[in-house]
Design a protein around this ligand. Structure first.
Ligand code: FAD
Length: 368
């Protein structure tokens, strides 16, 4: 006999945990199924830990809406729940005159998205703020910040558990089936089990498409293709030469090799961007020369030997090389026709920032 559970959230990353918390706060019975033996070991612990302002995303996109709403909710949440964070601000810098048009575009797009506090700065003003940064102009984003992503996940999980949710580790969902009156899930691991659920939220990150495809009754045409793009981070030895996050003008696919500073003061450069065909976090040290070149465009003082290999993260993508810019894709019953099921695809950046707003969005989809 399959055990009956009201809600199952598949995946204990920051987004899955935010959703589990949200559903538990509604008084629902929630079980979080996580394939690994710890929570948050994939994208949620392999990212830049930046609270994004919401500058870049296309008009009306889910990324734009959920980032801006999520940022506000996240700052409030961090204050109320003592999650470590700092609103340190970010500079986007133009290395030459040709890139200034890019800065102006950001300012316009940010305003459309509801981010109205960007300020244009000339090179002298920028030198006063960040003497080590070489640039001809820039914009400052005061609402960008940094966060302890592990602390945030612990807080979401703790609150969910205090409202009755439970986390089952080493419990991969291996298949499922849409049945009359619910969704059946088969869970592998050391103690395989079958569950019958009223609600299933597939928040399996890099694996979300595979999980959706493994549930019989989910129309395959609604499941987007899967692509992966790896990013490497190098760390900087010694004390931080910057006080804010520094970003170059973005490339087509990603934000460029930027500077982040974590709450311990460690400076990281990255992530870079390249397509890979499977999930493999190994660090490719041959990228070092390209990092030195990219960073010296805006930080000419970078000394030889100062970079140390850090870590990698992998972006879950639904569009491949030369594909259009991707938005978050969050499918509820209206898209796939299965009552009680929500599938989340392509939850790359700014998913950490947007986590609380994504959770609200999922809760709304489940009400309809
Ligand atoms: C390089 C990089 C930099 C980023 N920087 C930022 C940033 O600075 N700011 C920001 O806002 N966002 C950033 N992001 C995005 C952010 O990290 C992600 O959007 C967020 O972590 C996604 O959380 P998640 O819970 O959807 O996925 P994940 O954290 O990947 O969690 C998915 C979970 O599902 C589990 N799972 C998979 N398959 C199964 C299964 N069959 N059964 C059970 N469990 C399963 C996995 O083990 C995993 O724990 C970045 C992402 C990357 C890759």
């Amino acid at each position: 006999m399959a055990e009956r559970i009201e809600c199952v959230v598949i995946g204990a990353g920051v987004v899955g945990l935010a959703i589990a918390r949200r559903l538990a706060l509604q008084g629902r019975e929630v079980v979080i199924l996580e394939a690994e033996n710890a929570f948050g070991t994939h994208a949620s612990s392999r990212n830049s830990e930046v609270i994004h302002a919401g500058i870049y995303y296309a008009n009306g996109s889910l990324k734009a809406r959920l980032c801006v709403a999520g940022k506000q909710a996240l700052y409030r949440y961090c204050e109320e729940h003592d999650v470590k964070h700092r609103r340190i601000g970010k500079l986007i810098v133009a290395a030459d005159e040709a890139q200034i048009a890019g800065l102006k575009k950001y300012q316009t797009q940010a305003e459309v998205n509801g981010v109205t506090d960007l300020k244009f700065l000339d090179s002298r003003e920028l030198r006063d703020l960040e003497p080590e940064v070489a640039c001809v102009a820039g914009v400052v984003s005061p609402s960008t910040g940094i966060i302890d992503s592990h602390g945030l996940m612990l807080s979401y999980l703790g609150e969910a558990e205090r409202h009755g949710a439970s986390l089952a580790l080493s419990s991969p969902v291996v298949s499922g089936k849409v049945e009359d009156g619910g969704i059946a899930l088969d869970v592998g691991g050391a103690e395989p089990m079958s569950l019958k659920c009223d609600i299933v939220v597939n928040s399996a990150g890099l694996n979300a498409q595979a999980v959706a495809r493994s549930i019989a009754g989910v129309p395959p045409r609604t499941v987007p293709p899967t692509f992966y793009a790896i990013g490497h981070y190098y760390t900087l030895a010694g004390t931080a030469p910057f006080r804010r996050l520094i970003y170059p003008v973005a490339r087509q696919d990603w934000l460029g090799v930027h500077v982040t500073i974590d709450l311990g003061g460690q400076v990281k450069f990255g992530p870079d961007f390249s397509w890979i065909d499977r999930v493999d976090y190994r660090f490719d040290v041959s990228r070092e020369a390209a990092f030195y070149t990219a960073i010296r465009y805006y930080y000419p003082g970078l000394k030889d030997g100062a970079l140390q290999p850090g870590y990698t993260g992998i972006r879950p993508r639904i569009t491949g090389p030369r594909g259009p810019a991707q938005d978050f894709v969050i499918h509820g019953p209206r898209e796939h026709g299965v009552a009680g099921l929500v599938n989340l695809y392509g939850i790359e950046s700014p998913g950490l920032t947007a986590s609380l707003a994504i959770a609200d969005h999922v809760a709304t989809l489940l009400q309809t």
